[in-house]
Design a protein around this ligand. Structure first.
Ligand code: ADP
Ligand code: MG
Length: 704
């Protein structure tokens, strides 16, 4: 390690102007421990200090502004024990109040009536008047912007930091010192080849300009360079991991397509596969026979038939003498998969067990035994499957349904169920936007089912306000009289559980009043019920014994009842977009025209309105996913919190920077293909940075 590296690793405490107390705050509030961490604390926006606003045009309290004017009066409040100073600043267009609560003695001496100032700060509104509290003041005789480069950084800070003199302005001062002291120690992280090809500016110049831009053009270049870096090293990590896995683990070779598969395909399969399903099965077959361990992500819209793809993959495993498992995120879903797969596969003599939290301990004993001695072919369950007690004779394939409900760590645990890790097929509930998939699942290969089974009609989707409830009920009645079934779903959000359950119960009551027994039967399913009761109700609905299913989102994922053709979503504005799409996907599974009715009150946020409009506009899950990512940003995107966005992405916004993701992926791929161990001289900066970033985390096995 060279001297220059040491400087950037210095504890932040040792930066002049920080010291132990502020260092602690910076650590706690912003996670800044070292010089390098501070250097990577980027501004979230910039103020153009060359712009001076006429005072009258200042109306918003949203951002910092700069004005120029004369102090026409100064008022000192509190007598001898000064409490506050306020001053009126005036230009040709109007006046604004300036207010101070601190450093009063000093302010009192330095602010002079009649003098002109350049004033910078964030307006606030107090008693309908705009004023600027603790503005930055500079004496100026004429109207001209601040000296130096025009773009000033504004840094993310917190209340606590602000109160301790570490607001944006103070951070900016620290940053100047940091740059003086250590910018020269920043080492280039990329190869000359990549810098050339992508036309990137040097890292040092980028870091300088991201904090203190010379101009807008340099700022844009700096931001691009830094985002590229972030994404490049994420992709490098993922692709490198993929290579290491491939190198380290020999996959079981499933070379046979045998009796199970062939008999099923000839005698039992209930429908013709879609072209997309066939293509994906081929991709999977190729993986399973390649000698490498399969790690494949299967993406497809709701209802595109992922389950059948899973079933066929399972049969290939069985044909080659291996066991399989399928893990689902909820019990309802596990039960349903078990029911479906048993129906498909048991006629072939496939023995399937179900293992979930509610299986009694005494019933588990034989299940565990049969998995261990190999008399059972397949187990389906919830995360109960990853418990240590579950041991297989020879697990060859693990299918994970609706993976984004599971953490990455859970995925990894399934790997350890065999001396050699099983092939892994991950299926998502709804499509994930490409950029996000590349980043979250960049170490997996991706298959896409981009076609729905034939004969599916678009689900007619409408948005109705509460005043049309009677009409909606009338419509439900018609549909039920035609022999259809109806879901009515209520939101259930952890924080307002009590109120939500009340809504659900009130709703249930009004439904049973409107649809009375014995003509109508209404089921109810929610999370507080015992799982046997849930199961019982689901079964009644499935068999058509009840016409209406009132439920919370427990039915969201995967539930498949083709005769249900109407989905009513109550308080639809409270659901996220992908959740709405998932819910809608519960209908439209049979031959009948299906409907999705989203009920809301009158008040809707802008975002809520966009969500509902998108639902009404399109049935396409890939399109919905893109809109959702744009609306919510990657951090909130359905389930990504659990799966974890890479920490390295500080400046990158995955919902906007998709182009850079693509380039970074391509360059990382090309780099590793040419030089898997990063041994070439030109790649030395990459190797060094990569090792620094992943000092402990990464498996630095040699690939040869
Ligand atoms: P998802 O991809 O959402 O998990 P499922 O696997 O539950 O979708 O399939 C949805 C429905 O479509 C099921 O009822 C299934 O039997 C049916 N299905 C799947 N593939 C086909 C096909 N090729 N032709 C006709 N129906 C199909
Ligand atoms: Mg499914």
């Amino acid at each position: 390690m060279s001297m220059t590296d040491d400087v950037l690793k210095s504890p932040i405490e040792y930066l002049k102007g920080v010291g132990p107390k502020r260092a602690q705050l910076l650590q706690k509030e912003l996670g800044i421990f070292t010089f390098d961490d501070l250097l990577r604390h980027y501004p979230f926006r910039y103020v153009d200090r060359s712009i001076i606003y006429p005072i009258r045009s200042v109306v918003s309290t949203e951002s910092h502004i700069q004005v120029f004017g004369r102090i026409t009066s100064v008022r000192r409040v509190g007598g001898a024990r000064l409490q506050r100073i306020s001053a009126t600043l005036e230009d040709e267009t109007g006046q604004i109040e300036l207010v101070w609560f601190k450093s009063l003695r000093w302010i009192s001496e330095s602010i002079r009536e009649g003098q002109t100032y350049l004033v910078y700060g964030k307006p606030t509104r107090f008693k309908s008047q705009l004023n600027i509290v603790h503005p930055e003041m500079e004496e100026k005789s004429s109207r001209q912007g601040a000296a130096g480069p025009p773009l000033h950084p504004v840094y993310p800070s917190t209340d606590k930091l602000n109160n301790n003199g570490l607001g944006s302005r103070a951070i900016s001062k620290l940053m100047i010192r940091l740059h003086e002291q250590s910018l020269n120690s920043v080492q280039e992280s990329l190869s000359g080849k990549i810098l050339d090809e992508v036309r990137l500016i040097p890292l040092r110049l980028a870091l300088k300009n991201v904090h203190f831009p010379e101009n807008n053009e340099m700022l844009a270049k700096a931001i691009f360079r830094i985002k590229f870096d972030e994404l490049f090293f994420v992709q490098l990590r993922l692709l490198r991991q993929k290579l290491v896995n491939r190198n380290k683990y020999k996959g079981f070779v499933f070379e046979k397509i045998g009796d199970f598969f062939n008999r099923f395909y000839k005698e039992f399969i209930p429908f013709e596969l879609t072209e997309a399903q066939k293509r994906v099965i081929k991709e999977i077959r190729r993986d399973l026979n390649s000698g490498n361990q399969m790690n494949r992500l299967l993406q497809g819209d709701v209802g595109s038939g992922k389950t059948m793809v899973a079933a066929l993959s399972v049969l290939i495993a069985l044909d080659n003498g291996f066991q399989a498992c399928l893990m689902a995120p909820t019990e309802i879903l596990a039960n349903q998969h078990a029911a479906n797969l048993r129906q498909y596969l048991e006629p072939l003599g496939v023995k399937i067990h179900l293992l979930s939290g509610s299986v009694k301990a005494s019933d588990r004993v034989p299940i565990l035994e049969e998995l261990k001695n190999g008399t059972c072919h397949m187990v389906i369950g919830t995360h109960a499957l990853i418990e240590d007690k579950v041991v297989f004779k020879n697990l060859g394939l693990a299918v994970i349904d609706e993976q984004h409900r599971f953490g990455v760590a859970q995925r990894a645990k399934l790997w350890k169920k065999n001396s050699n890790p099983p092939h892994v097929l991950v299926m998502t509930a709804t499509p994930i936007p490409r950029t996000l998939a590349m980043t979250l699942y960049g170490d997996l290969d991706i298959s896409i089912i981009d076609e729905l089974p034939p004969g599916r009609k678009e689900i007619e989707t409408v948005h109705r306000k509460d005043n049309s409830r009677m009409k909606v009920f009338g419509f439900l009645e018609q549909q039920i009289d035609l022999g259809r079934q109806v879901y009515i779903v209520y939101p259930l959000i952890e924080e307002s559980q009590k109120l939500d359950y009340k809504d659900l119960m009130d709703g249930y009551e009004s439904i049973t009043r409107r649809f009375p027994k014995p003509k109508y039967q209404v089921s109810i399913v929610h999370g507080k019920m015992k799982s046997e009761d849930k199961d019982f109700e689901m079964k009644r609905f499935q068999k058509g014994e009840t016409q209406i299913m009132v439920a919370t989102t427990v039915i969201e994922v995967g539930v498949d009842i083709p005769n249900a053709s109407v989905m009513v979503i109550e308080s639809a504005e409270r659901f996220g977009l992908s959740q709405l799409h998932q819910l809608r996907g519960r209908v439209g599974r049979g031959a009948e025209q299906s409907y999705c009715i989203m009920m809301t009150g009158y008040k809707l946020s802008e975002e809520g309105r966009t969500r509902l409009e998108s639902m009404v506009r399109t049935n396409d899950g890939f399109e919905i996913a893109e809109v959702d990512l744009k609306l919510r940003g990657p951090g909130d995107f359905h389930g990504t919190q659990q799966s974890g966005l890479p920490m390295e992405l500080k400046l990158t916004n995955l919902s906007k920077d998709n182009q850079i993701v693509g380039i970074a992926r391509e360059k990382a791929d090309a780099t590793l293909s040419a030089d898997p161990n990063l041994e070439q001289a030109d790649n030395f900066p990459i190797l060094k940075t990569f090792k620094k970033l992943h000092a402990k985390k990464i498996n630095w096995a040699r690939i040869s």
